[in-house]
Design a protein around this ligand. Structure first.
Ligand code: C2E
Ligand code: MG
Ligand code: MG
Ligand code: MG
Length: 272
């Protein structure tokens, strides 16, 4: 469309682009104040033990209640937060809030509950992440072993050497590490033995057609077998049916997460 743009097409294109960048600038300005104005909220999605079918923890998923645009999912603002550096403040807020919530679950008698927090590519590349995590643990008095940091396979692969350093430092603090969206990163599997990882999260794209598609079933079984021989735990994301849950349980997957068990829910409405 752009290539063969005559006068009208080009003007249309420019106008659209200007509108898009104006929207982006406005979003950036709004995001700058989102934390202090209390517009962010966290929903928690239970992580279920496949063997006992009981919740063992929850993943924190951030949402933005935007004053004009309404409720925005993370895919609409985390990339912008990463690009603008606002992720530092946003990520620190999520970590503190999730750690505080996990501490509250412990205090309510839920033994050994774990909370998982997503860490973006930019957050993971910044040395100050270590202070932010230490600060969240100190302020909440949450035992480090109750905190799981989820890092996507893609951010781990961006720079395996510095990823290894960061992961070792996090492990020294006693927190757990999960590889998020595993299987989507076109990565070499050899990094798995070089990085101190505890958990592999099987991406939901392999779970969606697990019961209909033999190839997906074969991939999921291979991931679970690989994780098992490396002594890593597995969590399957995006479990939407009892059939998928059963296939995963029989394949030896340790934990399940998905709409079949619970949608992400504000902590106040969640029964863990
Ligand atoms: P993710 O960490 O892979 O999270 C899983 C996503 O799958 C979540 O989307 C969740 O709501 C959704 N999901 C859960 N169960 C099902 C299911 O059964 N079926 C389907 N189709 N989807 C399901 P959400 O909440 O929109 O989050 C999207 C991504 O945004 C997350 O992917 C994560 O990468 C990122 N994110 C979320 N919260 C944070 C945060 O606090 N910080 C950072 N840096 N990133 C975050
Ligand atoms: Mg995640
Ligand atoms: Mg994921
Ligand atoms: Mg994802």
């Amino acid at each position: 469309q752009v290539k063969r743009a005559g006068g009208n097409d080009l003007r249309f294109y420019e106008r659209t682009m200007n509108a898009a960048s104006a929207e982006r600038l406005a979003m950036e300005a709004d995001l700058r104040h989102a934390v202090e104005r209390g517009e962010l909220l966290i929903e928690y999605q239970p992580v279920i033990s496949a063997r006992h079918l009981r919740p063992v923890g929850a993943e924190a998923l951030v949402r933005w209640l935007h004053p004009r645009l309404g409720r925005l999912p993370p895919d609409r603002f985390i990339p912008l937060a990463d690009e603008t550096g606002l992720i530092a403040e946003l990520g620190a807020w999520v970590l503190c809030e999730a750690a505080r919530q996990a501490r509250a679950w412990l205090d309510a008698g839920h033994e050994r509950v774990r909370v998982s927090v997503n860490v973006s590519a930019v957050q993971f590349s910044q040395p100050r992440l270590l202070e932010v995590v230490a600060d969240a643990l100190r302020r909440s008095a949450l035992p480090p072993a109750c905190l799981v940091l989820e890092i996507t396979e893609t951010s781990l692969m961006a720079d395996v050497e510095s990823a290894a350093g960061m992961l070792r430092a996090l492990k020294n603090m006693g927190v757990q590490v999960a590889v998020d969206d595993f299987g989507t990163g076109y990565s070499s599997l050899s990094y798995l033995k070089r990085l101190p990882i505890d958990i592999i999260k099987i991406d939901k794209s392999f779970v969606r057609e697990l019961c209909e598609n033999d190839d997906d079933a074969a991939i999921v079984r291979a991931i679970i077998a690989l994780a098992g021989s490396l002594r890593l735990a597995t969590i399957a994301e995006g479990v939407e049916s009892a059939g998928q849950a059963e296939v995963l349980r029989l394949a030896g997957c340790d934990f399940l997460q998905g709409f079949h068990f619970s949608r992400p829910t504000p902590a106040a409405q969640l029964v863990l």
